[in-house]
Design a protein around this ligand. Structure first.
Ligand code: NDP
Length: 311
């Protein structure tokens, strides 16, 4: 297998990875960054980012990520396409396999692999994958112009996706398992004030049906209560917005992770249990999961990596 030796390898191209690359580039560490499955990370699946400081009018999420990438390139980061498929962190240099075909040996490693969308675990989600089931409204909303869609979830992501879909679709149902939304007040208000969105509280999706892609969802209302009821709702698209799973699988044999799979770091630092391996952004953050907190931890990881490499 082709092997290349680098000083600092960064895996992931969200705000954490790119910020780490900017700082490491400015520190002359010649960082090599592999962008992963979704160059630009999760933010590229959203629309406008309104809460990243410095953009009072909001900024297009793809533009923000492209700007971060360019800023990293300007300082000498070597940004490449490719997915880390295997890791051996048992000794230094750390060995990371890219796309199952290239081995990178790195003196220091920053893991900024983020998190991936969660699914309910219904067989029908697989059956209708790409045929009406989606976990990314921004990517797929276009296909549902003037149609009827459902979004599952009650957090900020679900509210944001429902609001976005309402700008395209004829009608949006928000399927919420609890009798309340968990989202921030401002997002809740946007949903409640939108005439195209109908919130179905205390509802769960049990399955999907349709001969030509998704044509409807089997719903259960007040699951487990004495007045539990079941009914079918015709829809054209089914969007999941129920949270994310950290992308830490290939590192689990070496790094400490919590029950949900988030990489455990030392206090407020990005240090993992292996010296020279740092984790930044959503892969190590079950609490905040914001672009700005990810960027901040990417900065910390680069500073830590620099100190480690200079030792
Ligand atoms: P959250 O974990 O906040 O919310 C997940 C939602 O999905 C909850 O309503 C949860 O229900 C529901 N859910 C989970 N599992 C199931 C299931 N099996 N069946 C039905 N419903 C389920 O995830 P988000 O992705 O919404 O947000 C993650 C973080 O990112 C949050 O901190 C959020 O604030 C932040 N965020 C911020 C944005 C912004 O500021 N612009 C935009 C998007 C996200 P329950 O409440 O019952 O647990």
């Amino acid at each position: 297998m082709e092997t290349e030796k680098v000083r600092l390898l960064i895996i992931g191209s969200g705000p954490a990875g790119y910020t780490a690359a900017i700082y490491a580039g400015r520190a002359n560490l010649s960082p090599v960054l592999y962008a992963g499955l979704q160059p630009g990370g999760q933010l590229t699946t959203t629309t406008i980012v309104e809460n990243f400081p410095g953009h009072p009018q909001g900024i297009d999420a793809n533009q923000l990520m492209e700007d971060m990438r360019q800023q990293a390139v300007n300082f000498g980061a070597d940004i490449r396409n490719g997915v880390a498929t295997k890791a051996d962190l048992s000794s230094r240099p750390f060995k990371i396999t890219i796309d199952d075909e290239k081995l990178i040996e790195a003196d220091a490693l920053i893991i900024a692999t983020g998190a991936a969308a969660r699914y309910l675990g219904l067989e029908d989600e697989k059956k209708y994958a790409g045929m009406g089931v989606s976990a990314c409204a921004t990517c797929d909303g276009f296909f549902y112009r003037k149609k009827v869609v459902a979004v599952v979830g009650g957090g900020d992501t679900a509210c944001e996706e429902a609001t976005y879909l309402a700008s395209l679709a004829k009608k949006v149902y928000l399927i919420v398992r609890k009798p309340f939304l968990r989202a921030s007040k401002i997002m809740q208000e946007r949903v409640m004030q939108n005439e195209k969105i109908e919130v179905l509280f205390e509802h769960n999706a049990e399955g999907l049906f349709g001969d030509n892609g998704v044509e409807g969802v089997h719903l259960v209302k007040r699951l487990g209560e004495p007045d539990e009821s079941h009914y079918d709702l015709p829809i054209d698209g089914f969007f999941l917005a129920i949270g994310h799973k950290p992308s830490s699988d290939i590192f689990k044999d070496y790094l400490e992770v919590d029950k949900a799979g988030y990489i455990v770091t030392e206090g407020a630092t990005p240090r993992t249990n292996i010296p020279g391996v740092f984790a930044a952004g959503d892969v190590a953050d079950p609490h905040y999961r914001q672009a700005i907190t990810a960027a901040a931890s990417g900065c910390k990881a680069a500073i830590e990596a620099e100190r480690f490499l200079l030792k």
